[in-house]
Design a protein around this ligand. Structure first.
Ligand code: M6R
Length: 608
């Protein structure tokens, strides 16, 4: 999603703004721009594509101003062209925006009727005109922003720079994050604390409906109503999280290889390994024993983690789970009982649809437990209980280590709830804990299959379509494997419950279709073996991910087998995620795709 940076500095700020925007690259973007005051007058540079293109423009035509705003744009309204890139400006101000102005058409029609001409396809441009119009009518910049904000509908964060105002930036937020960084005689604005980490660790987060007048030596917080308010400054840990690719070619490669360590770290946070017990770092709601069901919401990969978790909650805690993608859940008429528990799963903690579900659940009197990777996120601030995944910053747009850490947390939660509800006895808990403790080592073992997968990927790269099959927890993993391949290589892929094969997708099977079967040694493996035979009988090309000997046992010939180490069945989904990720990664790398920032994708999806 879009990234916002603003700096009130002592010397030229353009290089610092570009540097901070680079730390927001992980959010995904397709154009970038910057505006500064040059001798008090607004000046802009914008470029389509990556930040490098903006830097080339700045090399040709430098900006030297000591105040400025910058933006990386992930296109929502209008193509990712230079003309649509932010900042949007008129003779009074420049503005950058993250999110969507839902009522932009209505506002644009009104402004057009007043004689305003529009130059871009974006929703953001109405904000520039609306505030500019108020300044033209004689209002001061702060009054102009104050008059415009109540008219904007949607979820957004905004930063304004004004012509002739060398010591003022205004930031505003409503449903999208914005942080103020406090320096010594310098001040900053940013979409997150990570962007500002090299400048300061003293951060104030704006809350929904806040706006701030930021000057070099002061900051004033107001509500949309105009009321003056106080907001706390906090110390951010983001500096400790600054990352590089290490020896890896891509962030995604580094993040896949970090999994044994970060999954181990996450498990250690939730388990007493010596005692063979789950030990949560927070208390579960007191009524957990009386609940008959849970609600689980998430998007994308986090949703697939939740789907796997559903099997565990049902099995270990005897809790029925109502799970849906957040974008559907928020508009369904789901009866939610006060006192119930909703679990939200999100890497970023900023995903607009998941956040909306969290708020919806709380409005219905539910407690919300969020499984989050970003501890300073909006969801973290709005949840009753935060269950952290200790994956560290995930920079690759494709989620890998956050996914497997989410699985680790879901597994521990399901067991803890089983114990709290009196349906998981200590002996079974100890068995499960010993299976979980083995997971990081099994993931390290799975990573050793990388070379074989790299060779296989060359073949897969020629495919037009790929089918993924699995049963039990391997079914959501098949969905996740297909998503990874789609988002990274742009090859069409589908995940199916293997038992559904004969209800339709079997029609697709021919010699050209690779079928990736995820088949750990679990109680349903014989059923999966029958489905493999159905594929083989129709000439399908099977790639089996299973324990050594699984192909012979199933009596099928495979195009390739990725031989996984022997393991307990309950949490096999976590180590089996590794080959699914590696397949997608190497196929995309072989095809020359940008695996860290695939086209059209954003890391943090702060619009619906
Ligand atoms: O930050 P979140 O976990 O809430 O993000 C949810 C999805 O947008 C995310 O998992 C997305 O599907 C990834 N690109 C998957 O790799």
């Amino acid at each position: 999603m879009c990234g916002i940076v603003g700096i009130l500095g002592e010397g030229p700020v353009a290089p610092q703004i570009v540097d901070a925007l680079r730390r927001l690259e992980y959010r995904g973007y397709d154009s970038a721009g910057i505006a500064t005051l040059e001798g008090g007058r607004l000046a802009r540079r914008r470029a389509q594509g990556k930040l490098r293109n903006l830097e080339l423009k700045l090399d040709e035509s430098p900006l030297r101003g000591a105040i400025g705003i910058g933006h990386t744009r992930w296109a929502t309204h209008g193509r990712p062209t230079e003309n649509n890139a932010h900042p949007h400006a008129n003779r009074r101000l420049a503005v950058v925006h993250n999110g969507i102005i839902e009522n932009f058409r209505e506002l644009r029609d009104e402004l057009k009727a007043k004689g305003h001409g529009f130059a871009t396809e974006t929703d953001t441009e109405v904000v520039a005109h609306l505030v500019g119009d108020a300044i033209e009518a004689g209002r001061r910049p702060a009054e102009a922003v104050a008059s415009a904000l109540p008219r904007l509908k949607g979820a957004f964060a905004l930063a304004f720079l004004f012509n002739g105002e060398k010591d003022l930036l205004i930031g505003a937020c409503q449903g999208a994050p914005l942080a103020i960084g406090h320096g010594e005689g310098e001040m900053y604005l940013g979409s997150d604390a990570l962007a500002l980490a090299p400048f300061t660790d003293a951060i104030t987060y704006l809350e929904d409906g806040d706006w701030a007048l930021v000057r070099r030596r002061s900051v004033e917080f107001r509500r949309v109503s105009g009321e003056l308010i106080k907001r706390q400054k906090q110390r951010s840990q983001a500096g400790a999280l600054l990352v590089d690719r290490g020896n890896h070619r891509h962030f995604m490669a580094k993040e896949m290889h970090e999994q044994p360590e970060v999954v181990g770290r996450t498990l250690a946070h939730y388990l007493d390994m010596a005692a063979g017990e789950v030990r949560l770092p927070f208390a579960l709601p007191k009524n957990i024993g009386k609940l008959s069901r849970l609600t689980l919401v998430a998007c994308g990969t986090a949703y697939y983690a939740g789907l796997i978790g559903k099997y565990w909650f049902e099995r270990f805690a005897q809790l029925a789970v109502d799970i849906d993608v957040a974008s559907e859940f928020r508009y369904r008429d789901v009866p939610m009982q006060a006192g119930g528990l909703t679990i939200a799963v999100s890497q970023s903690g900023e995903t607009a649809d998941t956040l909306a579900c969290l708020r919806h659940a709380r409005r219905h009197g539910q407690r919300v437990l969020s499984i989050l990777n970003v501890a300073t996120s909006t969801m973290a601030r709005e949840s009753d209980i935060v269950a952290p995944t200790l994956a560290g910053p995930e920079i690759g747009v494709a989620s890998t280590k956050a996914f497997t850490c989410q699985l680790a947390v879901l597994a521990c939660l399901a067991m803890a709830m089983g114990r709290a509800r009196g349906v998981l006895d200590p002996q079974r808990e100890a068995e499960l804990v010993s299976q979980l403790i083995a997971v990081p080592g099994l993931m390290a073992e799975a990573l050793k299959r990388e070379h074989a997968i790299e060779l296989l990927a060359r073949d897969l790269a020629k495919s037009r379509d790929v089918l993924y099959l699995g049963r039990g927890t391997s079914f959501p993993l098949a969905l996740e494997g297909a998503l990874k391949l789609k988002e990274l290589s742009y090859i069409h892929a589908e995940g199916y419950a293997a038992g559904e094969l004969k209800h339709g997708p079997i029609a697709l099977i021919d010699e050209a279709l690779p079928v990736i079967v995820i088949a750990p040694s679990d109680p349903v493996r014989e059923k999966t073996a029958s489905n493999m035979q159905e594929v083989a009988a129709r000439g399908g090309r099977i790639i089996l991910i299973g324990e050594a000997g699984a192909a012979q046992e199933a009596q099928v010939e495979t195009m390739a087998t990725i031989a996984m180490p022997d393991m307990g069945a309950e949490f096999a989904a976590i180590p089996y995620a590794v080959p699914a990720q590696l397949i997608a990664y190497h196929t995309a790398v072989f095809m020359g795709k940008d695996v860290d920032q695939p086209r059209n994708l954003a890391k943090s999806v702060t619009v619906e």
